[in-house]
Design a protein around this ligand. Structure first.
Ligand code: HGY
Ligand code: MN
Ligand code: MN
Length: 415
């Protein structure tokens, strides 16, 4: 029952070619031509494995291996294949190609599964294009409001709904919502995107908690004006106010401590001319912590800081919440199972938390969910040099294969 690493390599290398920035990392944003090319490739592979292939009302792509009991809840495996801008070839893709390989091995070895097994390929986990993210799993969990389809817009003002329609999908998020109890468990293999496994020389990370995530955008409305003739103490300089706010994010997060992190990753200003005082700035704030009170604490302090800077700089400041997901625990029962299997396979493992957000944190709302981490070289991710050695990917797939075999068996005595 061997994993075919050449197949896995081929998938990873081929998917990397569906890329808007060849030569500068991977850029494959949601509902773009690169997304379409990757999706067609994944569909083809699913059909070749003999899976039933379909898309739901939100464009989630599924490949189903029927179970002995087709009406029982499904074991769902998979990940996302969209990327950040100039990212790496494995974020999300490693989990998706692992799922494809696992069902290929099931097929080749005619492994029996009582519960149906579904691969899900998701294309809007990162949220880079529309600013929210993990939307595929939020729709399945019934956690996406219809309004988001029209409110979420990309930098050209194209709404999520319009982009989906141009992509060939008439969105129907009710159709995509999975009935309670219809998913038995969700398991996702993912690169760690951090240095812990490599530093501790461990093969596998068994995630216990995924950090909570708070994403908001902040706008600064000042007044543009002539850079030469406007006296320095008579300005409403939006960029000065934004700069003080950005430093405050870092100071407040450090003050909260406890592993809390905060990032301002996006910033746009207008009119963006060297001889004009910036009249408008918009920036993103991304706060993460394993403790909800830390995330809320940062938000509370930033609201106060915004009021202070607003008065001091005479610039209107507004914080607009885009997305909030509380910290979530993975299934302990499945972690214990994976510990046993790792021991049997002779793979070293570490229980750990995830500082990155994943679809598994949403799927945990509807079913026991788990994340299997594999090491990231130099802990690097969201970067062109993101990498995991194929031997390490193989160990992760091996663990996941045996875990899915166990999970898809009917428990003795239960029919
Ligand atoms: O942002 C994250 O944590 C994930 O990579 N989307
Ligand atoms: Mn990811
Ligand atoms: Mn990512």
């Amino acid at each position: 029952m061997d994993i075919n690493l050449n197949r896995v390599k081929k998938h990873i290398e081929t998917l990397a070619t569906f890329n808007a920035t060849p030569g500068n990392g991977i850029t494959r944003l949601s509902f773009t031509v690169e997304d379409r090319m990757a999706r067609d490739y994944i569909k083809e592979e699913m059909s070749q494995i003999g899976l039933k292939v379909w898309e739901d009302g939100y464009s989630n792509l599924f490949g189903r291996r029927e179970g002995k009991d087709p009406n029982s809840p499904v074991i769902m495996i998979g990940s996302h294949y969209d990327s950040v801008i100039n990212g790496g070839p494995l974020d999300g893709v490693a989990g998706l190609v692992s799922a494809l390989e696992i069902l290929r091995v099931f097929e080749e070895n005619n492994i029996e599964n009582y519960y149906p097994i579904e691969i899900v390929a998701m294309n809007d986990e990162e949220g880079v294009r529309f600013g929210t993210g993990i939307s595929n799993s939020r729709v399945m969990a019934g956690l996406m409001d219809e309004k988001e389809l029209d409110n979420a817009k990309d930098k050209d003002g194209i709404s999520l709904r319009k982009a989906m329609e141009e992509y060939g999908i008439v969105p129907d998020i009710n159709n995509a919502k999975r009935p309670k109890g219809s998913i038995k468990t969700f398991v996702e293999l993912h690169i760690e995107q951090g240095p812990i496994l490599e530093r501790n020389k461990k093969d596998i990370g068994l995630v216990e908690t995924i950090v909570g995530l708070d994403k908001y955008e902040v706008t600064f409305k000042g007044k543009s004006g002539h850079a030469g003739t406007t006296p320095i103490n008579n300005r409403k300089d939006a960029l000065i106010a934004a700069s003080e706010f950005i430093l405050a994010v870092n100071r407040i997060v450090r003050g909260i401590g406890d592993g809390t992190v905060g990032t301002v990753g996006e910033l746009s200003l207008s009119p963006n001319a060297s001889n004009v005082i910036p009249g408008y700035v918009k920036l993103s704030v991304d706060i993460r912590s394993t403790k909800e009170e830390n995330i809320k604490g940062v938000y509370k302090q930033l609201l106060k800081e915004g009021e202070y800077i607003q008065d001091k700089r005479n610039v209107d400041i507004e914080l607009i919440h885009n997305l909030y997901i509380p910290p979530v625990n993975m299934s302990e029962e499945n972690i214990v199972l994976m510990e046993k299997i790792s021991q049997k396979l002779g793979y070293s493992y570490l229980r750990m938390n995830s500082g990155a957000g994943h679809d598994a944190m949403i799927m945990a709302e509807v079913a026991p969910s788990n994340l299997i981490f594999i090491p990231s070289k130099d802990g690097l991710s969201h970067h062109p040099d993101e990498w995991t050695d194929y031997e390490d990917i193989k160990k992760g797939i091996d663990l996941m294969l045996h875990t899915v075999i166990e999970l898809s068996k009917i428990k003795q005595g239960k029919v």
